[in-house]
Design a protein around this ligand. Structure first.
Ligand code: IVH
Length: 690
């Protein structure tokens, strides 16, 4: 709106201009106080404030507590001014099963003195996985917008919310004097994917899910950035309203739509618990096809007079409930079934899925375990399936939705040759796994063994990631473990090789050489583990190292005629392990590779290494969760191990401490449930210092 003499403004025009100015001043304050990055010079800023003051002098009602004339800057340290909600923004109770919904209906019936279950009509609508916001309109003009905050006080995001196409700045004539509309700010899944792709291209941080991306966009200090992010808004509730435009939930939402808001087209009236259940199942079914993420459906009593009678308990209305999907499951489609070949030659089928949000994480792959599992569940390409995530485990396919099977879907035929090298893939004895028989030269097995060799618990060579190893393997630069230790010398002789490869500069090469050199001396147990012998995990490797003490003794034992017998007498070594060891060293090629490696690395006797027996975490089992601030997860684990700790990946009764980083979820809850001691990162470091 162009600037005009204040005396020439009508009340409505004054209000519009006032809210424009307020938004500009808020944005300028935030830039100045919050970011130390002024967006305008002092004179321009003063002119805006003068104009606001002039408008408020002529139209006193505009001098609300949230007016920029009534507050100072954006507050030190906080980026946004605070807004106290006229009506608190509450949360909802949860239901997880039909019985919970039946109980919810019965409870309301009892409260209202209605005996029959299901006679109270309920609205049902998707529960959008975004952030709630409250928009206040006075005399038809958007005056401010706030986030939920703690429910009582939110952040002033007026300037940002004004950039959303779903948010009208002005309501049609006849709107109530005061109308506070509430709803959900969210980002479509496709917009989230595009945003993340752009972030990746620009080397910027990726968002974990659409909800986080929406939160990031809404909390931008510069509203011009918010304007470039594709945020959307569904209106579904209200707070202060001077004159009610309708007397039902349905009517109110219809009115919002009339006002220019976007409302959810899937909202529907249900007259019984059965109808609610059918709606819930329908929405669960179409969930993966919806453009936005949802995490359940919300049920509300339709008649507002009944809502009023029912009122609130603590922080949730008695007249509404969120009927949630179990957090870790979602429906999606199998796009392909691919076979991965690991270092032991096992063929593992993996489902490539249409990406879907499962409990806040985008899932695009799921393990199908093995041949028998695919057959048992009859999983076919094209099928709609239920995928599940539980804690940190790899996503799994729970079951096929047979009703949705496309006519052309055919049973999956598991390959009997290795897709990587073409050798026969066989199932031996009672083994469920099919294995590639070309142990010596199958590239997938060789690369897999190299990846294992440099992994954290083995040689722990930083800078040799999976991609690098694959590329060095393909180029013939590294084929066996010993090659890693001759790489620098070979590269120096023929320096056109790595130096000229994309992504490698002098610095990254120097780092690589340094991290390889750091491992020219290695503990015996790490070396044994690094060889990737079947059934020889980290613990068995330690048992073997503790028994043999030196590499010489270990190799002598392996070549002994009675190796099998001797091995089985070692604490922690059973028949299967012993056989695997003997088989491994009976293979000439393997013995050769070990000998070649020993030309380049020095093996430390076992006793020289190992956990500190009286360290501050001696004998304790630790679980790390969430992201740490000052250490990487691996560094923290290594530190704890040095101090005598054992690291576990999941929380159980045997866990002594859970170290909590930012964003911790299910493990934290589990620790709380089991009463396991929880340490912050700071407390962990303090204790580690002894
Ligand atoms: S109604 C007093 N409807 O869920 C009831 N909430 O767990 C007000 N949400 O904070 C909420 N979609 O952020 C309602 N269709 C919907 C919703 C919805 C998502 C969120 C909202 C609220 C949370 C409660």
């Amino acid at each position: 709106m162009p600037q005009r003499e204040v005396s020439a403004l009508t009340p409505i025009e004054a209000q519009i201009r006032h809210s424009e100015l307020a938004a500009q001043i808020t944005a300028a304050d935030e830039a100045y106080y919050g970011q130390d990055a002024p967006v305008m010079d002092d004179a321009a800023y003063d002119a805006l404030r003068q104009e606001v003051l002039a408008i408020e002098a002529a139209f006193a009602h505009l001098k609300s507590p949230t007016s920029p004339t009534q507050k100072v800057g954006a507050g030190a340290g906080s980026h946004f001014a605070k807004i106290v909600h006229a009506v608190p923004m509450l949360s909802l109770d949860n239901a997880f099963a039909r019985d919970d919904v039946a109980e919810f209906a019965a409870r309301m019936g009892r409260f209202l003195g209605i005996n029959e279950e299901g006679t109270i009509p309920l609205t049902a609508e998707p529960k959008i996985d975004g952030l709630s916001a409250s928009l206040r309109y006075e005399r038809g003009v958007l005056v401010h917008a706030a986030t939920r905050g703690d429910g009582f006080e939110g952040e002033d995001v007026t300037a940002n919310m004004r950039t959303l196409p779903d948010v009208p700045h002005i309501l049609p004539a006849g709107a109530p004097d005061v109308l506070e509309v509430r709803g959900e700010v969210y980002m479509d899944k496709s917009d989230f994917a595009a945003l993340n792709a752009a972030q990746q291209n620009e080397g910027k941080k990726l968002f974990a899910n659409p909800r986080n991306a929406a939160a990031g966009a809404l909390r931008q200090k510069d509203a011009r950035i918010t304007a470039t992010r594709p945020l959307k808004f569904f209106a579904y509730a209200w707070a202060e309203v001077s004159t009610m435009p309708a007397d039902t939930q349905m009517g109110m939402v219809a009115y919002f739509k009339q006002c220019g808001f976007t409302t959810n087209p899937l909202m529907q009236l249900c007259n019984s618990v059965d109808e609610v259940q059918a709606y819930y199942e329908h929405i669960a079914h179409i969930r993966s096809q919806l453009p936005y993420d949802i995490d359940g459906v919300v049920l509300k009593v339709n008649v507002l007079a009944l809502q009023q009678q029912l009122g609130f308990v603590a922080r949730a209305p008695r007249w509404a409930i969120a009927y949630k999907f179990s957090a870790e499951q979602a429906f999606t489609r199998v796009e392909a079934i691919e076979i991965q070949v690991g270092r032991t030659g096992v063929l593992t089928p993996v489902a490539r899925l249409e990406p879907v949000n499962v409990g806040g994480v985008i899932v695009a792959n799921a393990t199908l375990h093995n041949e028998a599992e695919i057959a048992r569940k009859d999983i076919r390409v094209g099928d709609t399936v239920v995928v599940q995530r539980a804690g940190d485990v790899i996503p799994q396919v729970v079951e096929v939705v047979l009703a949705d099977r496309p006519a052309h879907a055919v049973p999956y035929i598991f390959p009997d040759v290795c897709p990587m090298c073409g050798a026969q893939a066989l199932r031996e004895g009672a083994d469920v796994a099919r294995r590639c028989t070309n142990e010596a030269t199958c590239p997938a097995q060789m690369v897999g063994r190299l990846i294992h060799f440099v992994s954290r618990l083995a040689f722990d060579i930083e800078g040799l990631g999976e991609r690098t190893l694959e590329s060095f393997y393909e180029k013939g630069l590294i084929r066996t473990p010993a090659d890693i230790f001759t790489l620098q010398a070979r590269n120096a002789e023929n320096f056109t090789k790595i130096d000229n490869m994309p992504g490698w500069g002098a610095q990254s090469l120097a780092n690589l050489w340094a991290s390889i050199d750091a491992r020219r001396s290695i503990a015996l147990n790490r070396l044994i583990f690094a060889l990737g012998i079947r059934h020889v995990g980290e613990v068995t490797a330690k048992d073997l190292a503790a028994h043999c003490y030196t590499i010489e003794a270990f190799l002598t034992l392996m070549q002994d005629e009675n190796a099998l017998e001797q091995l089985t007498s070692i604490n922690g070594v059973g028949e299967t392990v012993a056989q695997a060891l003997v088989q491994f060293f009976a293979h000439e090629g393997n013995m050769h590779q070990v000998q070649a490696l020993l030309q380049h690395v020095q093996v430390q006797p076992f006793a020289a290494v190992g956990a500190a027996a009286n360290g501050p975490f001696a004998g304790k089992t630790l679980v790390f969760t969430g992201s740490l601030e000052t250490l990487t997860r691996d560094a923290a684990k290594a530190k704890a191990e040095q101090l005598g700790a054992k690291i576990a990946s999941s929380v159980s009764k045997k866990t002594d401490f859970v170290i909590l980083g930012a964003g911790a979820g299910s493990k934290k809850l589990e620790a709380e449930r089991l009463g396991v001691a929880i340490l912050t990162e700071a407390a962990f470091l303090e204790r580690a210092q002894g």
